[in-house]
Design a binder for this molecule. Sequence first.
Ligand code: EPU
Length: 427
Amino acid sequence: MQLTPLHIQGGRELGGEIAIQHSKNAALPIIVASLLSSEPVTLHGIPRLSDVYTILEIVHHIGARHTWTGPNSLTLHTPEILNTETPYALVSKMRASFIVLGAVLGRAKEATVSMPGGCAWGPRPVDQHVKAFRALGAEVSEENGNFAAQRSGSLSGKFIFELLTVGGTHNAILASVLGDSVVTLENASIDTDVVDLIEFLNSLGAKIEGAGTNTLTITGVSALHGGEYTVIPDRIEAATFMILAAATRSRFKLTNVRTDHLTAVTAKLQEMGVDILEDGSSMIVDARNREMKPVNVTTQSYPGFPTDVQPQMSALLATVTGTSVVQDPVYPDRLTHVAELHRMGANITVSGYTQVIQGAPLHSAPVKAADLRAGAALFIAGLTTEGETVIDGVQYLNRGYERLSERLRGLGATAFQPEPALAAAMD
Ligand code: EPU
């Protein structure tokens, strides 16, 4: 659906309190993991985002039925698997849905999922997912644009990931939980979203040891029971609002945060001169009256500086006097924000995955988000300028930020999307 653009106007100090949503990237695999139980599972802290609606459509196709029981709570129930095939029309809506391969293989012993393909900022390989399945005893074939996996017995043995992958670790865990053997995953991701998936599965009776370390031991169980679980707060959304506070030289109080999940971002903003005060599950970010210093940033797997925060950080640094260098080796092509920031006057030179940024005040311009975090970079940049910035591509923002314009208004920003009828009248 074509959405009307987001209009924002800034150039002034914002302020106030914002409750951070629960994690999109933790919620998605947990919804998929509910396919492993034949009993009802109630989840709390599910953000109302288009990616969540997409994954619900996919698990519905597979056999899950869901009921929203509150604004951010739902019950999922998959008494039986109705379809072991997930077609391209569904997978292409959200490439992260490739992890249904592991969940359906785990529950139904066979699964076919379309190849995920690339996205706006480059290829999204799944070689590690497939190597893990094969090393643990599944047969995986690739034909007609699909991966088809099957297992005769339980997955067992050891797989050493060649690199740290969040989705690959999710997929291997999901495929290994049900069975009567032991699976060991080495060089597994220690990302917060992997830990949350493991804690959820263990709460349903799975036996997974080593969460938060690079070695996971999964002892197969015959079935998972139902249960109730609350998803962790969204560290990427929290980081986005921390950066917005810095970029607009404002003071925000963020609630519903896991400060221990944000240490890399907190340290980098403190290095720039931002005051950050942590207090249990809340945080005060104060950048008022601050002379901000340029910094160098390199993305890494968790607990390093997240690639999902790189475009937002680049937008902030584009406003900070001096030279900053931002490198994103995790996703070297994640650069769609750069050309749009150029339209706002940013001085960013790109070479490979390196951005050299000479900071200076930005100006407003019509811009277009080509992906979720590029969109976040644009609303941050727009809120530093006095004129009106019109951001197209709002469907990408809706994938990751719940009720964005309303929540920006709550911080004192001018942010609105004209109603479609009104927008037509203005054409
Ligand atoms: N990789 C491979 N082979 C594989 C898998 C990954 O080479 O088989 C590489 C990737 O190309 C990348 C690196 O490994 O260079 C890390 O990729 P990872 O598998 O960890 O990423 P992902 O699981 O596909 C999740 C998030 C992304 C986030 C990355 C990195 C979800 C739904 N997606 O993707 O989030 O950028 O981890 O932290 O959890 C976003 O929210 O904006 C987003 C894109």
